[in-house]
Design a protein around this ligand. Sequence first.
Ligand code: HEM
Length: 460
Amino acid sequence: MTGTVTSALPTRQLRHDSGVLSAPTAPRVHVPALGDILRLRSNLLNAIQYAASDGSEVSYFNVGSKSMIFINRAAAADVVLSDIHTFGKPDGKNPLRLVLGDGLISNPYHDNWLQRRRALQPMYGRPSLAGMQQKMADVIAEHTRRWEYHDRTDLNVHEDMLAFALDVVSRCMFSRSGDTVSDVITPGTVSFLLGFVERRLRLPLSLPVSVQSRRNRNFTSTMRDLDDLVYRLIKERRGTGEQHDDLLDILLAAKVDDAGNPLTDVEVRDEVLTAFVAAYETTASALTWILYLLACYPDIQQRVRQEIRTPVSPGQKERQGSTFLECVINEGMRLFPPSPTIPRQVKKDALIGSAEAPKGSFVMLNVAAIHRDPIIWERPDEFVPERFMNGIPGRGKYLPFGAGAHMCIGKGFAMMEMGMLLASVVDKFEISLRDSAGPDPRALLTLRPREGFGLTLTRI
Ligand code: HEM
């Protein structure tokens, strides 16, 4: 088992021999049979593999009335990501808006999104991240202290990483813990809301939220509690004017226009929930798979341990290039991208190469397939962190955080959080596999193990 990634996605044979976008003669339209539709809807991973299985750069799906275009190759992804006016965020019916409103992720209005993106940029810039470092360190110390209690600790790794990621974003957003925030914003609440959205993405004919089904009532009351909490915290903070050096401070200080107007309470609320949702499952998913990979490859684990225990001289701090730990994180997200697809909607009739993209159709950037394209990556299914030593390939080839104007605004935050947690775990524990079967990946909004799976931490 050791040294083997048991849950790698199956290898695909792609027939192209260059990374350049070539012109498909005629777009091939997949008309999946009923069984396929059910499989596609129950697990996006099936659709991801199905779309890329014949090597097409662009595959079309007609599923019911919906036309969906899968982009399976880097050059075509680059075309889509470089033109946000033609390939924009999905329109106003996007179920994510039920939770996130017009926050950065789900905002369908380009000008309003741009205004907010500019206003929020400082939230995730270097000075702000420096302020978050201590808060992250405190959360890491709390979690690892619990794991250190016994000589050996069994982790239900995905659950543990979800709890960790939620604590980090709560602490960095509100500077608080152990109070009403963690009573209302629990892993269960956030997972329920994301599950609700995912279900509506899979089943577009779901009942409107106003219909009083049990699920809808749960959703409405959960949202009410969440909104009450967030609006109360906003009001308190605006009222006292206290500074906590957290994300909420930065949101409240943000200026959205040249006249220096701040965000309204509703806009702040949208961005608070957006940061929670964006930072929670993605980071937990990345950490889960990276810990799994480190358990599979004890030699790589040992190399990371050596690196983090080697004192860094002042000159080295300024050094360019990646650390080995950063390479491990990048390679982990290549094999198991937390966001395995990135959605777009076509705003005006367009071409991707010579493939037609009619206005209104949905586009799915098939990140998981691109990350294992053998034309880009040598030995694509193997865990080889060294491949990132000389930098990260551009132009649509490596997309864990997306690319272009909508690229993840929290990338620096996430890289810092993951680097700090992994360094602490590898320094304190030996990570080993507990289950003989590897985790079975499942994808909807994020790529995660289907069932919980276990790793053992042995105190060093
Ligand atoms: C490993 C962790 C993370 C991964 C893999 C990830 C991935 C992504 C991806 C792929 C996008 C692009 C979506 C698109 O192009 O439509 C995105 C956007 C975004 N991410 Fe992240 N993310 C991570 C962590 C975070 C964190 C920690 C935050 C905030 C604290 C965050 C906030 C956002 C926001 C606000 C956007 C929307 C940007 C925009 O459209 O302007 N993400 N993320």
